[in-house]
Design a protein around this ligand. Structure first.
Ligand SMILES: [Zn+2]
Ligand SMILES: [Zn+2]
Length: 105
């Protein structure tokens, strides 16, 4: 499966602090929202490095086209993640269990 074809089939919140993503290749990821917030690399976050007081709950989560994920946080902040980038943040047993075989392969 090439990254270019990677898409999000469905996603749903898991409680208030995590987001479940079902990928087009049948993989399933659970992302801790706090973790995603710290990975936001928008200019505001990069320059301030200030995520300590950042909201870790989301008001909205939606895919933009078929290439990225948009998250709107409770404090009004917005984050965008390219899907291949997001997928690399997956820490499920399968993804961390095969470091020699990155999903990009
Ligand atoms: Zn940001
Ligand atoms: Zn995974």
């Amino acid at each position: 499966m090439s990254e270019a074809g990677l898409q999000i089939r469905t996603m749903a919140p898991v409680g208030r602090y995590a987001l479940r993503v079902d990928w087009s290749d049948s993989h399933e990821s659970i992302f801790a929202l706090a973790g995603l917030r710290t990975r936001c690399d928008c200019r505001a976050c990069e320059s301030s490095g200030e995520t300590k007081d950042a909201a870790t709950e989301i008001d909205r989560a939606e895919t933009l086209g078929d290439a990225s994920l948009y998250l709107r946080w409770h404090d009004g902040h917005e984050s965008f993640f390219l899907l291949p980038e997001l997928r690399r943040l997956c820490r499920c047993a399968y993804c961390i269990g095969e470091p020699e075989r990155p999903i990009t392969g």
